[in-house]
Write a protein that binds this ligand. Structure first.
Ligand SMILES: [Fe+2]
Length: 219
């Protein structure tokens, strides 16, 4: 889920799409277990993203989540390259259907990845990135972290955009302060952020720092 586009350095334009139009996925099993370990080259995922998503800011959002997911897998989960690619692909494609198929968000990308015989863990992570909307509970670490990073990545980026120096010198406390200011990036669900953080063993402060450190260079 991604609830806002930043429309410039000083203002935020809410998403027009009504989230209430999104239907729960109605299932908890995704993909075929026989496809475990089957991924796609990251270049192919970028090509899919470019084909499906015209909005540059939305593409940037997905690239940022992908970068943070990959870094977390490598640095915090001790993942090998193949596993890190799975985390990265989940991040890169999680909102890929949103622009073209707003009423069927998540269902379309899930079905596309099933058609492509992609590893079920990647598909499950995407399906569980908004449990309140898609009705799929995050189960493993990859699921929980994509849920956690999705909103916070967008929020941190929104906070960076209104700073004269962007990410340069940005600290965790200033982001936390903005989180408490409900008028700032109001479309970002503080409830989802709290819920996601309550499911993991890492503090909000640490997650915010990780996001700042790993998405600031993403273009
Ligand atoms: Fe998102």
């Amino acid at each position: 889920m991604h609830r806002f586009f930043s429309s410039g350095s000083l203002s935020f334009r809410p998403i027009i799409i009504s989230m209430s139009a999104i239907q729960p996925l109605g299932r908890s099993q995704f993909g075929n277990p026989a496809n475990a370990g089957h991924t796609m080259p990251i270049e192919e995922a970028h090509a899919l993203l470019n084909k499906w998503v015209g909005n540059e800011k939305l593409r940037l959002h997905m690239k940022q989540v992908a970068a943070v997911m990959r870094a977390w897998a490598l640095e915090r989960e001790g993942a090998d390259e193949q596993t890190a690619l799975k985390w990265e692909l989940a991040g890169l494609l999680h909102d890929a259907d949103w622009e073209k198929y707003p009423d069927q968000h998540c269902r379309i990308i899930v079905e596309k990845l099933e058609e492509l015989n992609i590893d079920p863990e990647i598909i499950h992570a995407i399906a569980s990135h908004g449990p309140r909307h898609f009705g799929v509970e995050p189960e493993n670490a990859m699921d929980k972290m994509i849920y956690t990073f999705d909103e916070l990545s967008g929020f941190v980026h929104a906070a960076a955009l209104i700073r004269p120096t962007g990410y340069e010198g940005m600290d965790v406390k200033s982001v936390q302060k903005k989180l408490k200011n409900l008028a700032f990036a109001a479309q970002v669900s503080r409830e989802d952020i709290q819920d996601a953080i309550s499911r993991i063993d890492t503090s909000l402060e640490e997650i915010i720092q990780f996001v700042i450190d790993h998405q600031k260079e993403v273009r």
